[in-house]
Design a protein. Structure first.
Length: 236
C-alpha cells in the first residue's frame, strides 16, 4: 500500500462535515487549504476558525477559470468536494439554488477546474448512501454528480455516507436529527440480530467521525478509483 504526504484543498469546507475535516487534517499536520466562497454566509465565522486551526483560507470565486488558476498556482494532491444544498436552502433561495445547480453544476465546476489546474490531483467526493437510484431529485443529483466524477479522468474516491448528524451542527435540522436517532436505534436491533455489516453501513455518523475516516483517504492509495460506503473507513 502506497503512503502519501498529502496537500489538501477542501471545497465545501464551511459545511458541517467540511469544518470537521479542516480541523482533523490540521490536527494531523496535513497542509490544508479551506475554500470559502466569496458570498458564503458562514465566511466570517469560518475564516477566523480555520486560520486559528492552522489552515490556509482561500476565497477564490466559484468559477472554472478562477479555481483552475488557484489550483495551478499551488497544486493540491487531493481535492475534497463536500458541497451540496438542502431542500430548505433551496426554498429560502426562492428556488434559485437547486440540487441540479449546486450539487451537480458546482461539482462539475470543481471537476473542470481540477482538470485544468491540478490534473494529477485525486478528487474525493462526499455523495450519499442512496446514490445510483433515481427515486428523488436529491438522489438523481447525486447519481449525476458521481457519473461526472467517474468520467472525469481524474483519480477519485466517492464516499456514500448515511445520515451525517450530531448535536454540534450549527444549523437546526430536526428531520435529519430525528432520522439519525431512529435509524441508530433500529440498526442497534438489526446489529444485535446478526446483520452487523448492514448496520455498520447504514448507521449515522457525526461530522467528527466521518472526517476522521475521510482524512485517511488522502493518506494511501487504498481507495483510489473506488466508490465506498462509510463503513469502509471505520477503524479496524
Ligand atoms: N447531512 C446528511 O445527513 C448527509 C447525508 C449524506 C450525504 N450528505 C452530503 O454530504 C455533503 C456534506 O454534508 P453536510 O451536511 O456536511 O453539508 P452542509 O453542512 O449542508 O454544507 C454544505 C456545503 O456546501 C456549500 N454550498 C451550499 N450551497 C452552495 C452554493 N450555492 N455555492 C457554493 N457552495 C455551496 C456550503 O457552503 P456555504 O457555507 O458557503 O453556503 C457548505 O460548505 C453534502 O453534499 C450532502 O448532500 C449529507
Amino acid at each position: 500500500m502506497k503512503r502519501y504526504k498529502p496537500k489538501v484543498f477542501i471545497i465545501g469546507a464551511t459545511g458541517y462535515t467540511g469544518q470537521h475535516l479542516v480541523r482533523t487534517l490540521c490536527q494531523q499536520n496535513t497542509p490544508t487549504v479551506a475554500h470559502v466562497r466569496p458570498d458564503s454566509p458562514r465566511a466570517e465565522a469560518c475564516c477566523e476558525r480555520f486560520s486559528s486551526w492552522g489552515a490556509r483560507v482561500d476565497r477564490t470565486p466559484f468559477t472554472v477559470a478562477a479555481l483552475a488558476s488557484t489550483f495551478a498556482s499551488d497544486p493540491p494532491s487531493h481535492i475534497y468536494c463536500l458541497l451540496g444544498t438542502t431542500r430548505r436552502r433551496s426554498r429560502e433561495s426562492g428556488g434559485h439554488e437547486t440540487y441540479q445547480s449546486v450539487d451537480v453544476a458546482l461539482t462539475e465546476t470543481a471537476l473542470e477546474a481540477a482538470k485544468l489546474g491540478a490534473a494529477s490531483a485525486h478528487l474525493i467526493y462526499l455523495s450519499a448512501i442512496g446514490a445510483g437510484r433515481t427515486t428523488s431529485a436529491y438522489l438523481r443529483a447525486r447519481t449525476s454528480a458521481e457519473a461526472l466524477i467517474r468520467q472525469s479522468g481524474l483519480a477519485y474516491t466517492v464516499v456514500r455516507p448515511s445520515f451525517i448528524s450530531g448535536s454540534d451542527r450549527d444549523e437546526r435540522r430536526v428531520g435529519e436529527r430525528l432520522g439519525a436517532i431512529v435509524t441508530s436505534s433500529a440498526l442497534n436491533l438489526v446489529g444485535a440480530l446478526g446483520a452487523r455489516r448492514f448496520a455498520a453501513r447504514y448507521r449515522p455518523r457525526s461530522g467528527a467521525e466521518l472526517a476522521l475516516g475521510l482524512a485517511t483517504i488522502a493518506k494511501s492509495s487504498t481507495f483510489c478509483n473506488k466508490t465506498i460506503f462509510a463503513d469502509a473507513l471505520d477503524p479496524t
